[in-house]
Design a protein around this ligand. Structure first.
Ligand code: UDP
Length: 468
């Protein structure tokens, strides 16, 4: 029996199948695949129904079954400016292909005496609900963000309903009632101008859980107890905070769309403890040419060794190599700084040489940094990043906000505050305390550990109740 046949055989011996539906965005695909690996380790069979556009690599998950949904997106050039168009196209184009596939899958499974327990879909893929409702399969939403982000989206809807948008600029510093520590300026969309109708619709859809029977969160009760309780009360379905997903042993599989350049690890081996700052803006955020230049000079002048991830599409409207031709900035730095297109981020953050993380504060990056006790410089760009940055800088006091991203002096000062001054050392201490709490939550008896056990029991029970 070949390895593929063996895997299929293994899937067949697993009684309950969970169908995962992720979008082709790195920060959403990663937690979905991690969840799949965890459920696989708990004995579920895993099917991943994904768009043809930017598919996951099946070789990283030999036990899963992958199915590409026709999406009419061939040749699509995704960028920061058309992300919501991409999501909207997938929501429209993948509905019928998903339904056809599910009908086929359910028939096949019935013949073999096993069943589809539930569909777990990313919060952006609203269309899955209509398929699961039509086929009477229970569905569960995976939210890859911090839970507080969801409450901030509720707040935007409320402000709009009360006709308070545009909101006065002079009141942006005021606290949002019942959303401590957020101020109006920390809400995920700018509210001083009217918010376009399509964006309001998107926001409203993203907080609607439709007929989902539960929600899963890549967060933890120890970070967000009161927010999670409020959401549970609001939605009246079970809520499973099981994060940080990437720290569960079963989830340690590769999930990157881009190839990770491993060569930075040998370079890190030669650096002293806590000496290196790691800079990355995740998979989507971009900077303009001025910010690029000022950051480069701020880094150079700080004297701090660094690893800087600049994707080929990180600079608004131009190619990276136009800015750093061989022989210029790079050679000026010599061995002190490395620039990569994509790094093995979790390994980098876990390395003893890394003492700080300059981040756009995407939730995956945030929770990965907390898990390694690495304090942060927060440079949020949009949406949940703004909420996450407020928690990091103000509530947990483990990150500092950069004052002016187009001033090399200010950048240099922020880097030194984090990396060499007492303030940064104190933030590192607080991060280490958070790291210990998160680790404890994953141990037997910890909140995430128990929540994951509850989730697996729940999935088994909903599928039996659905009586397929
Ligand atoms: N990441 C990585 N290598 C890089 C940059 C990012 O592996 O060079 C990973 C990072 O570990 C995280 C994900 O990409 O898991 C980015 O997700 P996040 O939520 O932080 O930001 P987004 O890309 O969604 O804005």
């Amino acid at each position: 029996m070949g390895s593929m046949e063996r895997d299929m055989e293994q899937c067949r011996t697993r009684k309950h199948t969970v169908v995962l539906v992720p979008p082709p965005l790195q920060g959403h695909m990663t937690p979905m695949l991690q969840l799949g690996s965890i459920l696989y380790s708990k004995g579920f069979s895993i099917v991943v129904a994904h768009s043809e556009f930017r598919p996951p690599d099946p070789l990283n998950h030999p036990g899963f079954i992958f199915h590409a949904l026709s999406d009419n997106l061939s040749g699509y050039q995704a960028s920061i400016n058309n992300l919501l168009d991409l999501i909207s196209a997938i929501n429209s184009n993948c509905r019928a292909p998903l339904q056809d596939y599910m009908v086929q899958l359910m028939e096949d499974q019935k013949l073999q005496g096993y069943q589809v327990s539930c569909m777990i879909y990313d919060a952006l893929l609203f269309f899955v609900d209509s398929v699961s409702t039509h086929l009477k399969i229970p569905s569960i939403i995976l939210r890859p963000n911090m839970a507080a982000y969801m409450l901030s989206c509720h707040c935007i809807c409320k402000l709009q309903a009360e006709n308070r948008i545009p909101f006065p600029e002079s009141r942006l510093q005021e606290p949002v009632p019942e959303l401590h520590p957020l101020r109006f300026k920390d809400l995920p969309y700018p509210i001083t101008n009217a918010i376009p109708e399509w964006l309001m619709d998107f926001n409203a859809s993203s907080i609607n859980i439709r007929s989902s029977v539960a929600t899963i969160w890549n967060t933890t009760d120890c970070l967000e107890h009161s927010t999670l309780s409020r959401l549970q009360q609001c939605y009246k379905v079970p809520c499973f905070p099981i994060g940080p997903l990437h720290k569960l042993e079963a989830a340690a599989t590769a999930t990157s769309f881009l190839e990770e350049d491993q060569s930075c690890i040998s370079w890190l081996e030669r650096q002293p403890p806590n000496s290196v700052i790691y800079i990355s803006l995740g998979s989507i955020a971009c900077i303009n040419e001025q910010e690029l230049t000022e950051t480069a000079w701020g880094l150079a002048n700080s004297g701090i060794p660094f690893i800087w991830v600049l994707r080929s599409d990180s600079i608004d409207g131009s190619q990276l190599d136009d800015h750093f031709p061989e022989g210029s900035f790079k050679s000026l730095l010599g061995e002190r700084g490395l620039i990569f297109k994509w790094a093995p981020q979790k390994k980098v953050l876990a390395h003893r040489a890394v003492g700080g993380f300059w981040s756009h504060c995407g939730w995956n990056s945030t929770i990965e940094s907390i898990c390694e006790g690495v304090p942060m410089i927060c440079r949020p760009h949009f949406a949940d990043q703004i909420v996450n940055a407020r928690y990091l800088t103000y509530e947990w006091k483990v990150g500092l906000e950069i004052e002016n991203v187009v001033d090399r002096g200010s950048i240099e000062k922020s880097i030194r505050r984090l990396m060499v001054e007492v303030e940064g050392k104190e933030m590192r201490q607080r991060m280490l305390i958070m790291k210990d709490k998160l680790e404890a939550g994953l141990q037997k008896g910890g909140s995430s550990y128990e929540s994951l056990n509850d989730l697996t029991e729940f999935i088994t029970s909903v599928s039996s109740a659905a009586g397929q």
